[in-house]
Design a protein around this ligand. Structure first.
Ligand SMILES: Cc1ncc(C[n+]2csc(CCOP(=O)(O)OP(=O)(O)O)c2C)c(N)n1
Length: 670
């Protein structure tokens, strides 16, 4: 655990600046002192119950400060929970930080997220989500945008050594290396992840050695030595700007306080604490500056008083700020970025095309329209994707914008988020919607929540080839829209026809918010329609009434719509309203109520197994809003409560088509 380092009698660290003048050394000292003094104050406020939680970075300041000082002002930094020095290093007015920690409006999240969980475009900081690892992949997206725009900028992202055990770490480093992205991956190895010592976290001597396995450069840096941190990172950064590539840095340091203040450090041997206390980055550097005559004790004292006065003034300002008043409308309005939908109609000739051609056309025409749009997915480049939707795209748009990815759904969802932070658009193709499970965390926790948290949009469409009836078994047949419809912050589209697929995909791409776009595989080559050849859009949140009748309302979407049409074709006497929802989030509630109020009977068909699906919510909405109009109980039909089976007889039994027919007859006879 202890590092090899030269020790003089009075200093546990030795400083040998090669290229820094006195002013620069003083700046580094003062930049470390500020977060230290803020923390000392925060610990008092914590004890007084004025802030709720605190993750201390005491003893680790040299890393955040050294890295931040080595970055250019307009380069993004993605810090973690112990990196106060990044925030102070970017000169965020302190009262804004204090307001953030007190959940007040002058913070960065309108009281919606705590401590360091925020980002700010103004200061080019992208804060973490609690899940730690996703930060790393988001940095890749930002770096990719820089690289595509040839901006010669680097991106720095932090993780603790504990966070390196997450899959996101592996995915991010691998992607960064394969794509040669200029990302500085900074591991702060502070000995413990909560109570877990490094010996139980990983089984290699140095985490920096992992760089080799990813085909990238790795360095070990004494994280307590500000001069070493600053000089090494500065020189690497200069080089990376010219020769874009990822670099892995392992900063050796130690966590001097508990994981968070309340949890203490009982499990840390005293001896270790004592050894590392001698290496305090600030005390040692101060002694060095004093012994070299770079500062005097008086200057040091004055600096401390100055910083303390600044802290007190800003704390007062934050304390004087009134508490946030809860307002439901404000909360709901901030889930999504405002989208100014433009209805674009096509007066071009139409052609009879398949569902799959419509998706492909929409995608191609959107690529032509938005030169900041990048498509990413497995095997989508020359191979054209497993369903051949992007066939020919590389020739037309180039490999920079049509990107094959390694097999890493989380890493790519995160990269898409990073592109959005740099003002680009991304379409991510899941090879099968089932595999979104491997990218679930960034979708539901990062993309979905980021606008609500700190007003950053996630301009990402995730294409989801889904659905059963194709004999593909439990992992290539699911229709998993319910995983997403229940998550505020995501839009969900599920078309049943080529015309809708093209128009809605175009709108999804125009929409600056995260959209899950479901494409039923069984419809790809089986459903045809006249579709305008040129570009057009269709609005989200509008269902379409496919049949009009008076006896019953049938509600469905995706392949379900076609099963209903088959049944209605067979039983021509059934006089039904057939509502194709087209989008599930937003849901066209008014169209549902209007029809149900007219017919008095309703059946909802979904392909997914029934429990917890959208049919249940629609049924609840109908009983809450149309009860007096109902002549029969609301009926829901879905698949069996089992995984999707492979064998065709089993799958037929699993899927709800036959049960739907029977349930519809029962309902009509009620
Ligand atoms: C996915 C996930 N699992 C567990 C946690 C709980 N947790 C928060 S921080 C932390 C320790 C992180 O250790 P490390 O990455 O070494 O950073 P450090 O706190 O030491 O700076 C844990 C276990 C979490 N936030 N997210």
């Amino acid at each position: 655990m202890l590092m090899q380092m030269r020790m003089s009698q009075d200093q546990a660290l030795s400083f040998q600046p090669t290229n820094l003048d006195h002013e620069e050394l003083k700046h580094l000292y003062s930049a470390m002192l500020k977060p230290r003094l803020i923390e000392e104050k925060m610990l008092i406020l914590l004890r007084q119950g004025k802030i709720s939680k605190w993750f201390s970075g005491i003893g680790q300041e040299a890393i955040a400060v050294g890295v931040t000082s080595a970055m250019q002002e307009d380069e993004y930094i993605l810090p973690m929970h112990r990196n106060l020095g990044v925030f102070t290093g970017r000169n965020i007015p302190l009262y804004r930080l204090f307001s953030q920690w007190q959940g007040k409006a002058a913070g960065f999240t309108k009281g919606r997220d705590r401590s360091f969980h925020f980002g700010t475009q103004e200061f080019k900081i992208v804060g973490m989500i609690s899940h730690l690892g996703p930060q790393l992949g988001v940095a890749n997206g930002i770096a990719l945008a820089h690289k595509l725009k040839n901006e010669k900028k680097i991106t720095a992202v932090f993780t603790g050594e504990g966070g390196t055990s997450e899959g996101d770490f592996h995915e991010a480093l691998n992607v960064a290396s394969v794509w040669q992205l200029p990302v500085l991956f900074c591991i702060e190895n502070n000995g413990y992840g909560l109570s877990t010592p490094v010996s139980e976290q990983f089984n290699c001597e140095h985490l920096a050695d992992r760089a080799k396995g990813y085909g990238m450069e790795g360095h070990i840096i004494d994280g307590n030595n500000i001069v070493e941190v600053f000089e090494k990172v500065s020189s690497l950064a200069r080089d990376m700007r010219q020769n874009p590539r990822p670099v892995l840095l392992e900063f050796k340091t130690f966590r001097m306080r508990g994981h968070e203040e309340a949890s203490g450090t009982k499990y840390v041997p005293n001896e270790l604490m004592e050894q590392w206390a001698k290496k305090d980055p600030i005390d040692n550097f101060r002694r060095y500056l004093l012994s070299e005559g770079i500062i005097t004790s008086e200057e040091d004292e004055n600096l401390r008083q100055e910083i303390k006065a600044e802290i007190d003034t800003h704390l007062q300002k934050a304390s004087d700020e009134p508490p946030i008043e809860a307002d439901e409308t404000t909360e709901l309005n901030d889930i999504f970025e405002y989208f100014d939908y433009k209805d674009i109609t096509s007066d071009s000739k139409s052609e009879n095309i398949r569902f799959i051609d419509a998706v492909s056309q929409g995608l191609r025409q959107s690529m032509e329209r938005h030169d900041n749009l990048v498509i990413m997915g497995q095997d989508i480049a020359e191979y054209g994707g497993v369903f051949k939707i992007t066939e020919g795209f590389v020739e037309e748009f180039g490999r920079e914008r049509v990107r094959n990815t390694p097999i890493c759904e989380s890493g790519i969802a995160e990269a898409a988020m990073g592109l959005s932070i740099k003002g680009m658009k991304a379409v991510v193709e899941m090879q099968f919607s089932d595999f979104a499970a491997s990218g679930f965390n960034p979708i539901v926790n990062y993309l979905a929540k980021v606008h609500y948290r700190w007003n950053q949009n996630a301009d990402v469409v995730i294409r989801m080839p889904c659905g059963g009836g194709v004999g593909a078994g439990p992992f290539h047949s699911q229709t998993n829209e319910a995983w997403f419809t229940k998550t505020p912050g995501l839009k969900v589209i599920y078309p049943a026809f080529p015309y809708d697929a093209k128009g809605l995909l175009n709108t999804a791409i125009n929409d600056p918010n995260p959209v899950l776009f479901f494409e039923h595989k069984a419809l790809y080559r089986s459903v045809r329609q006249q579709v305008p050849s040129s570009y057009y859009t269709l609005p989200l949140g509008q269902a379409v009434l496919l049949r009009e009748g008076k006896d019953v309302t049938i509600i469905s979407y995706g392949a379900g719509v076609h099963w209903v049409l088959d049944v209605l074709e067979e039983y021509t006497k059934i006089d039904a309203d057939l509502l194709d929802l087209r989008t599930l989030q937003p849901l066209d509630k008014e169209a549902i109520y209007k029809s149900v109020r007219r017919t008095g009977k309703v059946i909802i068909l979904q392909e997914d197994s029934l429990f917890g699906g959208i049919a249940s919510d629609i049924a609840a909405l109908i009983s809450e809003n149309c009860f007096e109009f109902l002549d029969a109980p609301v009926k829901r039909v879905g698949s069996l409560e089992t995984p999707v089976p492979f064998n065709s007889e089993l799958e037929k039994q699993y899927l709800p088509k036959e049960r739907f027919e029977a349930a519809l007859k029962d309902l009509l006879a009620y």
